[in-house]
Design a protein around this ligand. Sequence first.
Ligand code: MG
Length: 381
Amino acid sequence: MKNVVLLGSTGSIGTSTVKVAEDLPGQIRLIGLAAGGNADLLLAQTRKHKPAVISISDPAKAKQLQDTLGASTQVYCGSEGLLKLATLPAADIVLIAIVGTAGLQPALAAIRAGKDIAVASKEILVMAGEIVMNEARKHGVRVLAVDSEHSAIFQCLDGKPGASIRKLWLTASGGPFRDKTLWPKEKFPEITVERALKHPSWVMGRKVTIDSATLFNKGLEMIEARWLFDIEMARVGVLVHPQSIVHSMVEFVDGSIIAQLSTPDMCLPIQYALTYPDRAASDRVQTNFPKLGTLTFEEPDTERFPSILLARRAGEMCGTMPAVFNAANEVAVEAFVNRKINFPQITETVRRTMDAHAVVEHPTLEQILAADAWARREAAK
Ligand code: MG
């Protein structure tokens, strides 16, 4: 039985994680749940799974939940609540699926308390990959990936050392504007928010769906892979694979390539992270090859999607640059969703912010957060 703390239980990854726990009642126990604002869903999850401790951002909502649930459940609030949950003595693993930078401190707190962490929030490794991985090594804990691509690479590597890798291949669906004939570069300024929110193969949150349309999502994943698997950016490749069946691949030094495949379903990588190193039986995911027929691969079009090149640059420079890349993108996506800038201006905003940034090498967490705040102000200009 694994005792799991889930930070971000009401979001897209959070609700999938709850499903996985329901699939495997004898193997996964949710002992702590934290939510942002959705008190109703958190209450329903708490009634069903009976975690001893929960947390919600807003103190007033926490008070209401405490009154409703009574003494059997301890309700915390705010960032303090996240830290309490991340360090619960009974927790074996802490899954962090909070959007934004709020997951950073809880991730480090969990590691320092000797917990394995499963990371769904990209910001944690993109912004502070060096610090997080160093701390994990120091405390002898695992950093497990929940993202389908990184889970795939982790499964393909199967414990092989970095020296056996020639290249990591992250696959990308290519997003809704992959087709060059339908969506030539000249048409990109006309892309609407509604159109960008229609993703061909995954159902996800709003920010990550826009990031999939710009390929910034893949850029963030390239940087994550660089830290998770301790490999230089030059050996992290991207392949567009519209069917989203091959979730990523490892090319080994002998030329052999191992891929992980399945019908796209986030429950699979979540389950693998929570049950690792075991594989738990589940009928949830089925893959029918004759029905799929063809799997195709193509080079990413960096002319239309320069985010890939910006990500490579940020991941090569390291220091505070990945944090700047991430923060500027968040601001730009928000501006796009609020119809203040057009689609190509998302990338343009990030490029300009990166150009204006003076990188701090091997930064402290404070320097990373300062770079994040600076990039938000700079991008907003
Ligand atoms: Mg992904």
